[in-house]
Structure formats: C-alpha cells, structure tokens
Write a protein of this length. Structure first.
Lengths: 306, 173
C-alpha cells in the first residue's frame, strides 16, 4: 500500500497548468533550436555532461568487438591481410597515375592562369555511435587528434563520401550522412559530366536525384561523384551509383534512385577532410531560407517540388 | 504489484532518491547503447516507463521539471531537435499524474494496458512534431515501441520493489 499522502491538496499550480507550461517551454525549445539554432551552446554543455555515459554505454559494444578480434582465427587475419595487400597493389597503379595527372593538371592550370586545386588533407576519426534517432541520419565520431575538426568538413570512407560534420562538440562530433533528408550535394555523372543535385531520402542506403530532366543521359549503373562546384566537397569523391531511372510522361523530371557507395555502418574509421579556408561553418542550412548570410557563405537549399 | 487492495499488504519503505536516480541512470545508459537498424526502431523507452512508474509510485519525488530535463537529456543523446523528447515526457508526466489513482487500482497486467495509451500519446506527439518539422517518419516498426515498453511494465515492480524491500526491512510500528 502506498503510504504517502495522495496528491490531493497539491502544491503549486494544477497539473494542467504545469502541463501547459512545460509544453510551451518544449515547443519554444523546438522552435528556437530548429528554426534559429540558438541553443547550440546549451546542447554542447549538455553533451559534456552525458559524455561519460556515452563512454560507459559503448563498453558492451567494445567488449564484443574486442572479443571477436581476439577470437578471430589466424587464418581469417591472414586472409584479410592478403586481401588488403592485393587491394593496395591494385591501387598503387592508380595512385602513381594520379600523381602524374595531378602534375599535368597543375601545369595546365598554371598555363591557363587558373587557381590551383587545393590539396586535401584530413584527420582520421573513429565512429563511436550511430545517432539513436530514427528521424535523422547521423553518426557520432571522435577525431584522433583534437581541435582539427570544424563544422562543414566533408567526411569520407574508403569507398566514398559519407557526410558532413554538422555539430562540433568538445569530445565528439556529429556527422550528418548524405542520406539525411536535409542533406543536398552537387554531383556529376562520371561517365559524361552531367551535373545534378543529390538529396537524401531520410532512410539509410538511398539517395535520389529529383531534378534531372527526362531527356538527360543517365542510366542505371552510372557512378556519381562530387562535382565540387559548391566549394564544400572537393571534386571527384565517389557518392553513389544509379540504381533505377524511371521516366514517365507526366513529370518533367526523371525519378532516379541511387545507392551510396560508402557503406557507413561497416566501418570503424572515417577521414574528415579539412575545409577550405573561408568555407568554415558553411553548412547546408535548409531550415533558414531567408538567412541571407553575408560574404561568401552559400546555402544549399532544397527547391520546392514542382 | 503496486498497492492493490486485494493483496496481502507489505509495508514498503518509500523509494529512496538514490534508487530513483539510479534507475533513471540505468535507463539512460540503456538508451545510449549502440542501437541501430530495426533494433533502434523497437528500442523500448525505459526512461518514459520509469517516469510513469515513479510518478505513479512516488508523486512527491517526481516533478514536471524532472520529466522536462530527462527529455532534454534524451534529446541531446539522440541528437534530435531540442525539445521533442521534452514535450513527449512532459505529456507522459501529466497523464501519469492525472491517471495515477486509476492506475494504482489495477493489477500489473491491467496497469500495463493503461500505460500503453500514455506512451502511445507521447509517441503520437513525437510523430506529429516530426511531420510538422518535415522529418521523414521512421518505418512501421517504430510504432511497436510503445507496446514493447508497456510490456516491460509488468517486470518493473518485481525489479524495483524487491530492491526496496530488500534494501531496508520495513519498520512496523
């Protein structure tokens, strides 16, 4: 039996009044955070508090993976090592060729008096968690060296583009995946240079190109790479392969679905590329269409569906 | 079972703040485990469950601000827009306070049937908020989160009350 006095002659305002107060507060939080992004400092402070818990919660997963590694047989390791050697050898040719090509491009650019392409450098980061939120496509990473990561940096894995750093916290950083509903990136069909915008569908493993005219030369199996025209993502990063192209007479645009090349969830490490100077904090901020930022800041905005 | 009149009465010590805090911390850790894929969609919301449990059991300990702060922590942990969980938990808290006496008059399984709509309303509010903010809704499996959480209600008294009785023997005056 509950021996406490029931909440009859309650202290303070009625439950309904309290409900109204807290709901209003929560709605205010949502609006301020979603619309104006004014709670980032508060979020960072809270994230510092919950960081130890995240560490503790990652222990079971760490134990399992460590145990798996320990139990992994010599044979498996040998096989993996061989496969990696093979891959390295296969890529050696491409790497050496790319050096030659790069020097040729540099020479041509100098001749044509164009700006030199920025060499990309990066920081290795470990994936520590997948955001526990079915509404967004994010992962949480921790950089190997501190202080190098800035909001807006592209994040890549062995196979291609993974996403973009969107929140920098003191101990870890959030990466919004390219499959997130709010992510848009300029891509190019590698085969013929056709440019398009790729948008996340808000679910893992799919991207779509909603604004490619019906008559465009694009077909299933085409590889999409970043075009580099936004100044955020360096050109040439693998993004996705085209899975289906559907053309119908009703719509002026083809329905194109793609599969991202980077398998995010099978990796433990990603590479965070440095942002170009002046591009820092250049996030694809879709929530603020009217925020005409001063200076060179560009905002990738998802156009309204026709 | 919680305070049903038909049962033999066991005088239990009221839950200590320590037990309540510890249970919430464990629920928070449970939430932070590396869930992904379908498991993430089905992950029971232990924080919400405990919020109802302690609101029903120890209404003097749990205030609206606790529900709200738990929600804020959950939001940061889930990297969702600040306030979404806070809104859901505030509603859960209100419903738990409102239906407290009614819930207490049932056995555990019937209580779980009362918990289900409470959790479901909160989930519905979350879904509505997501729709308004134009987030894509997660797969259909997500809707089974509330039933799964409500099922755990049946196990909850056994876990926590046992703790209370064992911790400190009841004082009978």
């Amino acid at each position: 039996m509950d021996i406490r006095t029931p909440d009859l002659f309650s202290r303070g305002p009625s439950p309904l009044a309290r409900l109204a107060f807290y709901c209003a507060l929560a709605v205010a939080c949502i609006v301020v955070d979603y619309r104006f992004h004014r709670l980032d400092a508060f979020r960072k402070a809270v994230s510092v508090v919950i960081y130890p818990f995240q560490e503790v919660a990652s222990v079971p997963g760490w134990l399992i993976s460590t145990a798996q590694e320990a139990l992994d047989s010599q044979h498996n390791l040998q096989a993996e090592n061989d496969a990696l050697h093979q891959r390295l050898l296969q890529q050696a040719d491409a790497v050496q060729q790319s050096r030659l090509l790069q020097s040729q491009i540099d020479t041509l650019n100098t001749l044509l008096d164009l700006r030199k392409q920025r060499p990309t450098a990066g920081t290795v980061a470990e994936i520590i968690a997948v955001a526990h939120n079915p509404f967004v496509q994010k992962i949480v990473v921790r950089a190997s060296q501190n202080g190098d990561i800035r909001a807006g940096s592209p994040v890549i894995s062995v196979e291609g583009l993974v996403g973009q750093i969107t929140t920098v916290n003191p101990f870890n950083d959030e990466v919004t995946l390219i499959t997130d509903k709010n992510q848009a990136l300029p891509v190019m069909v590698l085969r013929n240079g056709l440019r398009a915008m790729a948008f996340g569908n808000g679910e893992p493993g799919t991207l779509s190109l909603p604004y490619v005219p019906v008559g465009s030369d694009i077909q299933a199996g085409d590889l999409l790479v970043t075009s580099g025209i936004d100044g955020i993502y360096p050109p040439g990063l693998s993004v996705a392969t085209v899975k289906t192209v559907e053309r119908d007479s009703v719509s002026a645009f083809a329905h194109i679905q793609c599969i991202p090349t980077a398998a995010v969830f099978s990796h433990r490490y990603v590479l965070v590329l440095d942002v170009a100077p002046g591009q820092e904090g250049n996030l694809p901020n879709l929530d603020q269409p009217e925020a005409a930022a001063p200076g060179p800041t560009r905002i990738l905005r998802k156009p309204k569906k026709p | 079972m919680i305070g049903t009149a038909q049962e033999p009465q066991i005088l239990k010590r009221p839950a200590t703040v320590r037990l309540v805090t510890l249970s919430f911390l464990l629920a928070f850790l449970f939430m932070l485990l590396p869930w992904s894929g379908p498991w993430l969609l089905l992950r029971p919301d232990l924080m919400a469950l405990l919020l109802v449990y302690w609101t029903v059991r120890e209404p003097m300990l749990i205030g609206g601000w606790i529900a709200f702060s738990l929600g804020i922590f959950a939001d940061v942990a889930d990297s969702s827009t600040l306030g979404i969980h806070a809104l859901g938990y505030s509603i859960i808290y209100f419903l738990a306070v409102y239906y407290r006496t009614r819930i207490l008059s049932f056995y555990a399984a019937n209580q779980a049937l009362h918990i289900l709509p409470i959790l479901f309303v909160s989930q519905l509010v979350t879904a509505l908020t997501a729709l308004i903010l134009k987030f894509p809704l997660p797969g259909w499996m997500w809707w089974f989160q509330a039933p799964f959480t409500a099922l755990l209600w049946i196990a909850l008294p056994a876990l926590l009350e046992h703790q209370q009785v064992r911790d400190e023997p009841p004082r009978v005056s």
